[in-house]
Design a protein around this ligand. Structure first.
Ligand code: DI6
Ligand code: FE
Length: 401
């Protein structure tokens, strides 16, 4: 395997924010890669002579973008919730099903029963679907265990995904996802969730800490106790916030310097300002909005007004977003929320990297990882425009063709 080469293509969308076309386009581009890292990029006619002898990888009339990043998933879980889908179609709401012991709690039961190998085998097809769309980084949350053993099992499975597939996996501890059946929320946080976080961290299984701040899950004061421990352990935080109501979760997360707040359909302007001040990324999850047939739209105009970066992710999970296509999530963000195609592409590349605190990927620039997606399209707007069509020609992962 050659470790240095020069890629050429008709167009590179670098996602360089300094270029004001929204895509950072370079026409007839060349990109020099050495040992998995970008060492030069620009117009092919300007390629410096020192790269002239390097082997060439011509991609003709193709479009090249950074490889995609799915910054919010729950791809590790047992079973599925197709029955609940049927109930919702008969009129039951997501909250009613959750309060009746269905919802997240039914997936918890299935996940506790599944072996590590079975969970991995179930997760891989979902991961493969994402990789097939040019994804190079996947965030994976725990949160369907709600006991020490199962939360650790989920995180070990997430780590294994990164060993058996050519994809980087970032793990997020989501012990504060739901109150176990028959349990007390405060006791669960103090006696199970926090000790489990410490154990998972000690085993090197946690890259970030998340929670579900919602009427059907946890209050801000309970999330704050988890975040205090995250801070003590030096772990970054993120939060499922203002998805079904506004409890002030985004402001709480911002006060901890959160990497991201996710969902945020009910976020108001004071919450948006808090995100802007903290440098927190807003993660937009149109798959859950679509699946739950929601009507409250996330405040995109306010996020734009205050300069909050927006990411887009699948939220791939068995209940509110059985979605394993990041391209479809981009299309939904545009069609449902009026995001522009360039915002959607930034949302699954540059801003998704910010949502994960990953400085080495998400844009095409010197010094970044050589993670690319090469598409059989003429213009980057085509990526969000098509529905149910994957135009990926090739993915390059860490310089490996
Ligand atoms: N918000 C979500 O969208 C998922 N979790 C969360 O906190 C839904 C999880 C599920 O319904 O299984
Ligand atoms: Fe989620």
């Amino acid at each position: 395997m050659e470790t240095s080469f020069v890629l050429t293509c008709a167009k590179a969308a670098t996602l360089d924010p300094a270029v004001d076309d929204g895509y950072g386009l370079i026409e007839q581009a060349a990109i020099a890669v050495e040992d998995g890292t970008i060492v030069w990029l620009g117009a092919a006619v300007d390629l410096p002579p020192k790269f002239a002898g390097w082997s060439k990888r011509p991609f003709g009339d193709r479009l090249l973008t950074p490889a995609l990043i799915d910054c919010h998933t729950h791809v590790v879980f047992g079973g599925n919730r197709a029955r609940e889908f049927e109930l919702r179609l008969q009129g039951a709401s997501y909250e009613e099903i959750a309060r009746a012991g269905g919802g997240i709690i039914s997936t918890v039961k299935a996940t506790r029963q599944a072996s590590e190998d079975a969970l991995l085998a179930d997760a891989l097809p979902r991961v493969d679907a994402l990789i097939a769309e040019g994804v190079s980084v996947i965030e994976v949350k725990s949160g369907y265990g709600l006991d020490r053993e199962t939360e650790l099992k989920m995180l070990r499975v997430a780590r294994r995904i990164g060993r058996v597939r050519p994809v980087r996996v970032l793990t997020t501890f989501l012990g504060a996802h739901a109150v176990p059946a028959g349990g007390d929320a405060d006791a669960y946080i103090d006696d199970i969730c926090i000790p489990t976080l410490r154990a998972a961290h000690a085993e090197g299984l946690v890259d970030a800490v998340d929670g579900f701040c919602e009427g059907i899950a946890f209050q801000t004061a309970q999330i704050a106790r988890v975040f205090d421990v995250a801070r003590e352990l030096g772990l970054p935080v993120k939060l499922h916030a203002e998805q079904l109501s506004n409890l002030g979760g985004a402001k709480l997360a911002a006060s901890y310097g959160a990497l991201s707040v996710d969902h945020i359909e009910y976020l108001d302007e004071s919450g948006v300002v808090a995100l802007a001040d903290a440098g927190t990324t807003a993660v937009i999850l149109p798959g859950a909005f679509y699946t739950l047939h929601e009507t409250q739209m996330p405040p995109l105009d306010l996020l734009r007004k205050h300069g909050v970066p927006m990411a887009v992710a699948t939220d791939c999970n068995p209940g509110s977003a059985p979605l394993a296509s990041l391209l479809l999530a981009m299309n939904m963000a545009c069609t449902l929320f009026r995001m522009t195609p360039s915002e959607a592409l930034a949302g699954v590349t540059r801003n998704a990297a910010c949502a994960l605190g990953l400085p080495d990927t998400g844009v095409i620039a010197v010094g970044k990882r050589a993670d690319f997606a090469i598409w059989n399209v003429q213009h980057p707007a085509e990526l969000a425009y098509r529905i149910g069509f994957n135009a990926l020609e090739q993915r390059i992962f860490g310089g490996s063709l």
